[in-house]
Structures are given as structure tokens and as C-alpha cells.
Design a protein. Structure first.
Length: 86
């Protein structure tokens, strides 16, 4: 994982979901997201991807917005990093 991507992802998750700094700091690649964070509901998912697009200057395809993508912090970070890499 990439430190810049991870830090940006934590920032966006904190802003969108209102997670505490302690919860964000504890997130590692295997940390579960979807189904584990009650704050991550369907409305929050749409807001999250919009905020990630704005923060990182990327665009996600609808096909990429799956439960697998949101399974863990690591899977979401990997998608963001892949999009940033082009």
C-alpha cells in the first residue's frame, strides 16, 4: 500500500463517515469496511466515492463500485492506488 493513498483515504473516510482519529489510525489493510462500519450505508457509499474522486482526481467506473472493493481498507486503497497510477 502507498502511504499517501492510505493517508488520503483515511482523511476522506473520516470526513464522510465521521470516524474518530483513533478508529482511522487503527485501520490497516485487513480492516473490514462494508458490513463492519454501520456508518457505511448506501448513501454514505455514494458520498464516499464522490469524495474520493474529488480528493484524488480520479473517476471510478460503476463496475468498480462493488462489495468486493469495499470489503477492507486494503481493497479500497488498492483500487484508489490503481486509479491514481492510471
Amino acid at each position: 500500500m502507498n502511504e499517501h493513498t492510505d493517508a488520503g483515504l483515511r482523511d476522506v473516510l473520516g470526513q464522510v463517515l465521521g470516524l474518530s482519529p483513533a478508529r482511522l489510525a487503527a485501520m490497516t489493510a485487513p480492516t473490514p469496511l462494508l458490513g463492519a462500519l454501520p456508518e457505511l450505508d448506501s448513501m454514505a457509499i455514494a458520498t464516499l466515492f464522490g469524495a474520493l474522486e474529488d480528493h484524488f482526481g480520479v473517476i471510478f467506473d460503476d463496475a468498480e463500485l462493488t462489495g468486493d472493493t469495499l470489503a477492507t481498507f486494503g481493497t479500497l486503497a488498492a483500487l484508489v492506488q490503481a486509479k491514481r497510477a492510471g
